[in-house]
Ligand binder design. Structure first.
Ligand code: BG6
Length: 302
């Protein structure tokens, strides 16, 4: 559906609008009680969320191509059905196909408490990936409000179990990478992707970023909190149905090679992702559903 048809079916005057960009992509733009948000139908990707009287919470790179079938750098890409390079097919696209597929908008709902929920879906018929033989149906609910709540449900309509990884790859806007510390991961084992995938243990209470950081923390089902001293705020990343957490910042050298990021942008972004990855991949029985959700909110600095 194009922007005009979407506006006719789902638009809410002054609250929800659909816009076609210069590259022919369609995005939903919402504004409600001082909160603003934005979501591209490609990838069902939330690219902006800003509660009233707050700075933007998500980082989205202005240098992104914002072009069809190109991954958007920032916001919350959906990683599915594999994380990183596919372990089975090295030529498959990094982080799966869900982030570059166009999702269907199935419904919009407002609630009395100043929030708006968009429900989107994607199934194997929309994707037809040569790298993924299985059937699936994914349903994604995005609630823009005082909290940004994201829930990804994956259903297995097949007669046999399926195996997948997933992640809500949230990019956060931060004052400066040197000013943040992440709590919630102490004692966890992580796969250090910046050091030949060695397994290490998080001994320090807080994760700080002082070099390229690319870690998959295993068996971490609790919330993470980003303490940002520069902006005197905490970003609380609550989650459910997720056993892995990823912390990623490319640092200067890698960032310089990423045309969609821009030279200095890496200092103002940090990814803390909610997922089920590697040892924590999901085995979903026939006819079953798996849900993973994250609730992102802002709290004052301690
Ligand atoms: C992170 C991965 O989740 O995403 C990193 O752990 C990767 O290894 C990063 O570099 C960005 O991936 P992409 O495909 O969006 O450039």
């Amino acid at each position: 559906m194009g922007a005009e048809e979407l506006t006719a079916e789902f638009g809410i005057a002054g609250i929800l609008d659909f816009i076609e960009t210069q590259h022919g992509m369609v995005k939903a733009v919402t504004s409600l009680d001082g909160m603003t948000g934005e979501l591209y139908l490609q990838g069902a990707q939330v690219t902006a969320w800003q509660p009233p009287d707050e700075r933007p919470v998500l980082f989205t790179s202005a240098n992104s191509a914002f072009a069809p079938e190109r991954a958007i750098r920032g916001g919350v890409p959906i990683v599915f059905p594999w994380f990183g390079a596919s372990r089975h097919t090295p030529t498959a696209p990094q982080h799966g196909f869900a982030r570059t597929a166009t999702w269907h908008l199935d419904g919009v709902e407002t609630t009395g408490s100043g929030s708006l929920t968009l429900t989107l879906s994607l199934d194997d018929g929309d994707v037809g990936s040569p790298f993924w033989p299985d059937r699936f149906r994914a349903i994604y609910s995005v609630t823009f409000g005082q909290t940004l709540s994201l829930r990804l449900a994956v259903q297995n309509p097949a007669m046999h179990s399926i195996l997948f990884e997933d992640a809500l790859h949230s990019y956060f806007a931060i004052s400066d990478v040197a000013e943040i510390a992440i709590s919630g991961l102490a004692g966890a084992t992580y796969i250090d992707k910046a050091d030949a995938a060695r397994r290490k243990v998080q001994t320090a209470n807080l994760v700080t970023i002082t070099a390229e950081t690319d870690r998959v923390y295993l068996d971490t089902s609790g919330q993470c909190v980003i303490e940002d001293r520069g902006w005197r705020r905490r970003i609380v990343v609550g989650k459910d149905g997720s056993a892995s957490s990823v912390v990623w910042n490319p640092w200067a050298e890698k960032a310089a090679a990423m045309v969609d990021l821009g030279e200095d942008a890496w200092r103002g972004m940090g990814c803390v992702e909610t997922g089920n990855i590697a040892d924590n991949e999901v085995r979903l029985a026939a006819d079953a559903e798996h849900q993973m959700s994250t609730a992102i909110s802002i709290a004052a600095a301690r």
